[in-house]
Design a protein around this ligand. Sequence first.
Ligand SMILES: Nc1ncnc2c1ncn2[C@@H]1O[C@H](COP(=O)(O)OP(=O)(O)O)[C@@H](O)[C@H]1O
Ligand SMILES: [Mg+2]
Length: 420
Amino acid sequence: MSEIKLEHLVKKYGDGFAAVNDVSLDIRDGEFMILVGPSGCGKSTLLRMVVGLEDITSGDLHINGERVNDKAPRDRNLAMVFQNYALYPHLSVYENIAFPLRLQRSRHPEPEIDEMVRRAAGLLELEEHLERKPANLSGGQRQRVAMGRALVRDADAFLFDEPLSNLDAKLRGQMRTEIARIQRRLGTTTIYVTHDQTEAMTLGDRVAVLRRGILQQCASPRELYEQPVNLFVAGFIGSPPMNFLPGRVEGDVLHLPIGDVPLPEAARAAATGHDLLIAGIRPELFEDASVLDRSRQAGGVLVDLDIDVTEWLGNELYAYVPYEPDPAVRAKLDELDRDLDGEGMRTQLVVSLDAQSRVRDGDRARLWFDPARMHLFDPESGVTLTRDEEVAARLDAENEDLRQGSLERARRAADRAVPA
Ligand SMILES: Nc1ncnc2c1ncn2[C@@H]1O[C@H](COP(=O)(O)OP(=O)(O)O)[C@@H](O)[C@H]1O
Ligand SMILES: [Mg+2]
């Protein structure tokens, strides 16, 4: 059992800069919690505050109901895995994994250490490499050793700081599923830092999105994707990212650079009092009208667009459509782009079409999309005007049920695996 509670945590470095600014999070027992955000948003600082490597300027940190602000790292019983693995080069894999056990106050007898090391090595498929030195291992194997060293300790929680960012894309994918499998199997509370939104979405029970030290939204991956609270979250989650288009409101019509669309019923109230909005449309909401079933076209709108460049990927086709941005929202979108580590490419629309589409560079293409699935944002504050709190709450409850279910299944599978 371990629950970690962050209450109004603030970290100010020597120069007075608030790297973490009033972050509150409740991490549930057995939960896989992700901290995600662009480089420099305070993820590592927050994780280091939890593990005790960084002092807490203000706020409270509770582990299992106990305030631990002033506890030394070694008394918090948390196991951390770093990005650079931090292995001891002169020690074998076996001794690297055993190291934290030899360090612990409660001295373990040698046969016990041996059993614990071999169990961790088994879980990570490192049995054959126990006598080797880290220098002779592949990147993926080194990462496993670093994980083994965390697993062996029977810690209350695992903390990961970008553990996969030194691996190539293929290995990263493999290790990702491995970490997910092990976490489920052990049911250990986990906090995992990454700047990679794919990792965040695939691993997390819940994902906490940070921007400049401030928590934006903590929710299930699905809720972040479907019901983001603001422009930042909407733009950060999803690949290729959500398109943001300036929209002028006139009665029940929204004038977008790609054409006029009727304001959906549910969005009318949200748009009240705004002349100018930012519309968010995910690339995959667009379809090539010429390959779309007529029966599916009801309710949507058709727009004729000049396609600049296309990229055919086999399973889908990306098409890029440049447009003239409205100067009134230009500054806001530029700022957002900087925050998202973008390259200032936001004045082109990206659409992801069915791979059957024959749209090619330079074509004028008829595309279809359903405005009811469009998000609308306040151009000043960036707040999502179309967010549906009821739907969000339902997604949240559903997510928690699924999490409990998979923990339960993992527990039963583990029980079966242990010989009577
Ligand atoms: N020891 C330090 N002294 C002063 N500023 C720091 C220190 N460590 C980090 N920072 C600053 O705090 C902010 C958050 O850093 P960090 O937590 O490392 O971000 P992330 O892990 O999200 O990339 C950054 O602006 C960084 O420059
Ligand atoms: Mg970091």
